[in-house]
Design a protein around this ligand. Structure first.
Ligand SMILES: [Zn+2]
Length: 276
């Protein structure tokens, strides 16, 4: 079984510049030497033209790598943007950020397809997505990075994103399973059944099924033994990212340990698993 790197997500937009070095050192000290590259750095780069380089140098000094990136997200960066002029600008922004993080060593670039925009026909929105992918996928392939489409809760569910991956069957297009989103909406087993062949990365966090709480592993009602055993067997998985947030009484290091333990937990026998 291949060794999947565990990647730590930090809310870097909440960390002042004066604490970037100490946070990187804290991550290194607690054994989290692989982090998710964050879009707030790209936005700073757009202002100054050198912020990503600065961050990369800091990561190199702290001996930290970044094999996963969360692409630009929010209404301003939707792949399905209905306004054609704006969509072209969005493609250009994603393209520049994606190539920059590929140069920094990122292997996956996770994106959200975009909000449902109820005033527009779903087929039209998916055609907008296809136009965006048609431009970005060759760039991703050339840069050696995979675009990973993430499942959301009420839209872009696992069946829809899996259909898109199957339609394209492109080496630079994969999927990202967000376990918290799946647990609130369609259920983790259903989401895994749909996405297994295409998963290149995952966002792992827990909740009690009522909302996207970003709890640490084991603090919600997710079956982590099933989840990690199944993910480890995914043929194309490159990264396993944790998106657990702050949790009352737990340090960053304790939350990271919880994630590591849940990933290394004893495996069920393959024949006990559904769907693999
Ligand atoms: Zn996520």
């Amino acid at each position: 079984m291949k060794n999947i790197p565990l990647v730590h997500f930090v809310r870097w937009e909440k960390i002042p510049d004066s604490q970037i070095d100490s946070t990187l050192n804290e991550l290194k000290d607690m054994g989290a030497d692989n982090i998710v590259l964050h879009p707030c750095w790209w936005m700073r780069d757009e202002e100054s033209g050198s912020f990503l380089k600065l961050i990369h140098n800091k990561m190199l000094s702290a001996n930290i790598i970044g094999t996963a990136c969360h692409g630009l997200w929010g209404n301003n960066y939707d792949f399905n943007c209905p306004n054609e002029e704006r969509r072209k600008q969005i493609v250009s922004s994603h393209c520049r950020f994606m190539k920059s993080v590929a140069d920094m060593g990122s292997l996956t670039y996770t994106i959200h397809l975009g909000h449902r925009h109820p005033e527009y026909d779903k087929n039209f929105l998916y055609d907008q997505i296809r136009k965006t992918l048609d431009t970005l996928l060759p760039e991703a392939e050339e840069s050696g990075i995979k675009i990973a489409v993430e499942n959301m809760i009420d839209y872009d569910t696992s069946d829809e994103i899996a259909a898109l991956a199957a339609e394209y069957n492109h080496p630079a297009l994969g999927l990202c399973l967000d376990t918290g989103h799946a647990n609130v909406g369609e259920g983790i087993k259903n989401a895994i059944v749909n996405t297994v062949p295409y998963l290149v990365t995952c966002h792992m966090h827990d909740n009690d099924g009522t909302s996207d709480q970003h709890f640490p592993a084991g603090y919600g009602n997710t079956d982590w033994e099933y989840l990690t055993t199944t993910l480890k067997a995914c043929p194309k998985l490159i990264n396993a990212e944790t998106e657990a947030g702050d949790y009352e009484g737990l340090s960053r290091a304790a939350i990271w340990e919880t994630f590591k333990k849940s990933w290394k937990a004893p495996q069920k026998k393959t024949q006990d698993l559904n769907p693999l």
